[in-house]
Design a protein around this ligand. Structure first.
Ligand SMILES: [Zn+2]
Length: 111
């Protein structure tokens, strides 16, 4: 069976998935994890949070080798991190689509 890759043999749908992957890969940041908004008190007695106006913070969280990994995302990084998390999920979805098409070719023995 032939294992040479030929873009011209791909369906329009698959070419479209692959173009999206190439576009993302060349121009985006990627972060694996989920964002979690938390609010809490800083501990200073005279702070507004002591009156119930809690501080909001954003955490990036994921589990790796059974360990929870998390980091507080500073304000200046939040937009970039939100985008990177979103694009990581998007990339994962697209890779999954392309993988599924290859599964079908294998199942149907149609190279
Ligand atoms: Zn406070």
């Amino acid at each position: 069976m032939s294992d040479s890759f030929s873009r011209s043999k791909l369906s329009a749908v698959e070419r479209n998935f692959r173009s999206q992957i190439a576009q993302l890969a060349s121009g985006r940041w990627f972060l694996r994890g989920n964002l979690s908004e938390r609010s809490g008190k800083c501990g200073k007695a005279n702070c507004r949070c002591a009156q119930g106006e809690l501080h909001k913070s954003l955490y990036l969280v994921h589990s790796q080798d059974g360990k929870l990994r998390q980091i507080c995302v500073p304000k200046a990084w939040q937009e970039r991190v939100r985008q990177a998390v979103h694009d990581y999920h998007q990339m994962q979805k697209l890779i999954e689509e392309v993988s599924e098409l290859e599964w079908k070719r294998l199942e149907e023995r149609k190279p």
